[in-house]
Design a protein around this ligand. Structure first.
Ligand code: GDP
Length: 199
């Protein structure tokens, strides 16, 4: 995999649309506005591939991108946008439940949180979902550029503690804006897909 070729494949709004095949699947999650689209664009070194600044909460579906014909990047719907109707929150919960029920399909979870703040309740729920599936996952703490250097370590400790991360779980201080942490994230994605790609 060298991230040269990226194609949008499908937007899944219901479990019947989920993709079941042998290619590795890297699932990206994060609350609305955390910078999930920006992290995806940063990894893919493209400007507008995953749309940045979409109206939050309007996109309760799972987007599949095929990368180099070797793996899927699975863009899970953002969560936690306060002004979303209860019915939409329920739709999010149902879709996530269905997706994670098939957790063996997740090769690597990439959970994106805000480096500036303690994890939200839904971030904690999301970490638990990844843990329950037993799939490997890592945490990206985005918007690092907004922190003062002396704030970084204490904030990382809070994120690690609140999400209940084991010492082995990778927590990558990241800035989609500056590219900080990109190498570490790309390496983890490559390592996870190695040997699983069917070529
Ligand atoms: P999404 O809703 O999670 O997909 O978030 P977006 O990628 O649309 O980003 C939400 C906002 O955060 C946008 O205004 C981005 O420009 C901004 N943003 C994303 N990543 C970073 C980052 O690393 N640093 C800073 N300062 N802003 C960021």
């Amino acid at each position: 995999m060298n991230l040269q070729k990226v194609e949008f494949i499908r937007s899944a709004a219901r479990p019947g649309d989920f993709i079941h095949d042998d290619l590795p699947k890297i699932a990206f999650s994060g609350k609305s506005n955390v910078g999930k689209s920006s992290v995806l664009n940063c990894v893919l070194q493209r400007k507008n591939f995953a749309r940045v600044g979409q109206k939050p909460g309007k996109t309760i579906h799972i987007n599949y991108f095929k990368v180099d014909d070797r793996a899927y990047f699975v863009d899970l719907p953002g969560y936690g946008y306060a002004q979303v109707a209860a019915s939409e929150k329920e739709r999010w919960g149902k879709l996530m439940e269905a997706y994670f029920a098939e957790g063996e399909e997740i090769t690597l979870g990439v959970m994106i949180v805000d480096a500036r703040h303690a994890p939200t309740k839904l971030d904690i729920v999301m970490a638990q979902l990844f843990r329950d599936t037993g799939c490997p996952f890592l945490v990206v703490a985005n918007k690092l550029d907004k922190l003062k250097p002396k704030e970084i370590e204490p904030n990382m400790q809070v994120i690690r503690k609140d999400l209940g991360l084991s010492p082995e779980t990778l927590l990558i201080p990241f800035s989609a804006e500056k590219g900080t942490g990109r190498g570490e994230l790309v390496n983890a994605i490559f390592a996870a897909t190695k040997g699983k790609a069917s070529v």
